[in-house]
Design a protein. Structure first.
Length: 170
């Protein structure tokens, strides 16, 4: 598997990919010492244009990723991750609400477990899931990073919606 690092406003993200698609994203420790959780060849830029898309996301010019994704998980985890990709940019849902959309209203803890095991954070937006009381809950990259992502999307959601509306009419 090949990998590269992408700078973000809150630290580097590691990106790993194979010939078929992007398989992993991970948060690099603040000291930069985190070893990649994959074996492979390091490159300057990630494959499939992932670096450009992540840069666009963090610049506030991209809200929907268009990358070939290859997350590995259980059938339930894959369902949760697919549902996460349908959550609109700049919005949140509770763990219970997401479980209900899957037809399993009692599975909020299982949804939380799937979020915790999300191999593609940011791109599969598990940061958009919050506790029923509106508190942030947990996040693999840390609650501060989750807050940053939610604030970032809220800040740019109106701009992107306006831009999209202006350019969707021929």
């Amino acid at each position: 598997m090949d990998y590269a690092f992408v700078p973000t406003p809150v630290g580097d993200l590691g990106v790993a990919w194979s010939a078929a698609g992007v398989e992993r994203l991970w948060f690099v420790d603040a000291d930069g010492a985190a070893a990649p959780p994959v074996d492979g060849t390091r490159h300057e830029r990630p494959g499939f244009g992932a670096g450009d898309q992540l840069a666009g996301y963090f610049a506030g010019t991209l809200c929907d990723f268009d990358l070939p994704l290859l997350p590995r998980g259980t059938p339930f985890q894959l369902k949760v991750w697919e549902a996460l990709q349908r959550l609109p940019y700049g919005t949140t849902a509770s763990y219970g609400e997401l479980a209900a959309t899957l037809g399993q209203p009692g599975a909020s803890r299982a949804v939380g477990g799937a979020n915790h095991n999300n191999p593609l954070p940011v791109v599969i937006p598990c940061h958009r899931v919050v506790a029923a009381d509106g508190s942030l809950g947990g996040y693999a990259g840390g609650v501060c990073f989750k807050r940053f992502l939610l604030d970032h999307e809220l800040r740019y959601s109106f701009h992107l919606a306006d831009h999209s509306a202006r350019h969707s009419h021929g």
